[in-house]
Each structure stands twice: as C-alpha cells, then as structure tokens.
Design a protein around this ligand. Structure first.
Ligand SMILES: C[S@@+](CC[C@H](N)C(=O)[O-])C[C@H]1O[C@@H](n2cnc3c(N)ncnc32)[C@H](O)[C@@H]1O
Length: 292
C-alpha cells in the first residue's frame, strides 16, 4: 500500500494470542495511520478461522476494511479545510460502496445457476418477480452491486435488462459508456435494454408557463421537495441534490444508445403492466443487441 506511516506485520505461526491482540489493536479507534498485514503460510496457521470471531466471512478483508474505514473517519475528524473534508467524506463513502459491491460480486453466482437471467437494474424498492433485482443502496435488492464497476455477469448471459429512473444517476463521460458497454457484453444477441428516465423536455417546455400541466402534477405528487420557484424545480430535475448526473430527452438518449452499439433503438409508450405507476411521465426507450 505504501500510504501509511506505520506498517504492522504479524506472522501467524503459533500466534493465536498475538494475532488476537493485534487484530483487536488495529480495530481500536485511537490508532491511526497504519496498515495491518497478516502473513499466513496457508498450511498450518489457519489465520482465516482465527479471525472469524471478528466477522462471519472473509475476516482478514473485514479487518482491513475496518482499518481503512477507521483511517478515513479519523481524517474526517481532523481540522481540515472544507474541500479536503468533503473529499475525505467522499472517499469514505466510495470505500464503503466498494465493500458493498465486493460482497455483491461474491454472491452473484447464486443468481446465475439458470441462464439467461433478466436484470432489473437500480431497482430501488420496485422489485420484479423472476428478475434479478440489483441496486447499490437498497438493502432489499437481490444483489447489491455498484453498476459503475465491472458487472459480475458472464457475456451473453442476460435476456433482458430493465432499468427505471436509474440511468440518470450515471455521468455521461465515464459511467454511461461503462454501463452501456457492460449491458451490451452481458446481453445475449437479440436481448433488450429497456430504459426509463425522467423526460427533460417536459420541465423545459413548462418553464415560463405557470399554467403548464407539468407544474400541477409535480406539486400534487411532491416530486421536488423544498422547491418553490420554477428554476428550483428545474434544478431539482437536473441534479436531485447531486444524485442526478445527466438529463435526457428522446433524441439524446437514442443517439447515445446507438453510438454505444445497440442495433435497434425505439421509443415506446409507458406500460402500466411493466412500469412503476408513478413513472407515468417518463421517457421510455428500448434498445436491442444485434443478432449476428
Ligand atoms: C430513483 S431510484 C429508482 C428506483 C426504481 N427503479 C423506480 O423506478 O422507482 C434510483 C435507484 O438507482 C440506484 N443506484 C444509483 N446509483 C447506483 C449505482 N451506481 N449502482 C447501482 N444502483 C444505483 C439507487 O440506489 C436507487 O435505488
């Protein structure tokens, strides 16, 4: 790693007591700025099971994770300028997401015993029977994965991808191209990517027109909490407190899907049998992977 002031190396040979003390030491929140390296000879020392009492699975990794989290939390407690504190907070957040994703990757094979599968990506609380429901933050998802990272699904193993109001959470420069590359890789030929996003044409057309039906719907449904002026609503649509990273209309979405390599791209109507009812104003599009 090379980033820490102190490196603690523990040989596990006959080291039950030493290992326990060392492990408890590194979890101690008063310690900081060090790494903990556990050296196991794989034959006799059985470090994994000795560390099991600290976490059910993957104990050495769990300890490293808790050390990393502790270091980042300590950084946050330091008197740092605003920018550095925010960057540390973001780093801790990303580290925790990485840990969640890594656990999801380990669990993925359980959902891949019968192929092809159907993926509901960014499912949130809207889960679909017979689909593998994937989300990074929602604890009720079948699999918690960060879709900005490599997807743990084999090539051509997915017959359909559905994603409602998640695609706008990815940035256009890196994350959208990654998402679409992975979608094309895992879809079998002829497989469909069915995507719903907020339709940005609506708020833009309504701006400056207080009588536009859009404002009545947004207010009645409480879609943009804390917004009063039309521009506050527009800002919310675009940014949603930093969660939204790109705004889509039909022309732009179709162009990005085609440029990514999807063969047939077509807008479709909202389908109440398939789509969440509160998403009725969405832009809905289907893109198909070419059959070769
Ligand atoms: C607005 S919710 C949509 C939930 C549901 N599909 C719907 O239509 O109501 C967006 C979802 O995307 C998920 N999400 C955001 N970034 C993600 C990422 N990097 N990887 C996986 N899921 C993510 C969020 O956790 C959230 O549940």
């Amino acid at each position: 790693m090379g980033l820490f002031l102190v490196s603690v190396e523990v040989s596990v040979l006959n080291g039950d007591r030493c290992l326990r003390e060392a492990a408890e030491g590194v979890i101690d929140p008063s310690l900081r700025d060090f790494e903990f390296v556990i050296i196991e000879d794989d034959l006799t020392d059985d470090a994994d099971s000795r560390l099991d009492c600290y976490q059910d699975h993957d104990a050495p990794t769990a300890i490293k994770d808790s050390v990393m989290s502790q270091l980042l939390k300590n950084l946050l407690k330091e008197r740092m300028p605003y920018g550095l504190r925010e960057a540390s907070r973001e780093l801790l957040h990303e580290w925790n997401l990485f840990c969640v994703h890594r656990r999801g990757v380990k669990e993925a094979p359980r959902f891949l015993q019968v192929l092809p599968v159907k993926l509901n990506l960014g499912c949130g609380p809207v889960r679909k029977d017979g689909w593998v429901n994937v989300d990074l933050f929602d604890r009720g998802a079948d699999l918690r994965l960060d879709l900005r990272a490599p997807w743990p699904f084999p090539d051509n193993s997915v017959s359909r991808i559905y994603s409602s109001h998640a695609f706008e959470h990815f940035d256009i420069a890196q994350e959208v191209p990654h998402f679409l590359r992975e979608a094309l890789r895992v879809l079998e030929p002829g497989g469909m990517f069915d995507v719903l996003v907020p339709d940005t044409v609506r708020p833009l057309k309504a701006y400056g027109d207080p009588s536009a039906a859009y404002w009545a719907i947004v207010l009645a449904r409480g879609w943009h909490p804390g917004c009063h002026t039309q521009l506050e609503h527009i800002n919310y649509h675009f940014r949603q407190n930093g969660e939204h990273k790109y705004a889509w209309d039909a022309e732009t979405l179709a162009r990005v899907l085609k440029n990514a390599g999807f063969a047939a791209v077509a807008q479709r109507d909202f389908d109440p049998t398939m789509d969440p009812p509160e998403r009725f104003l969405s832009l809905c599009m289907v893109a198909t992977k070419e059959i070769q």
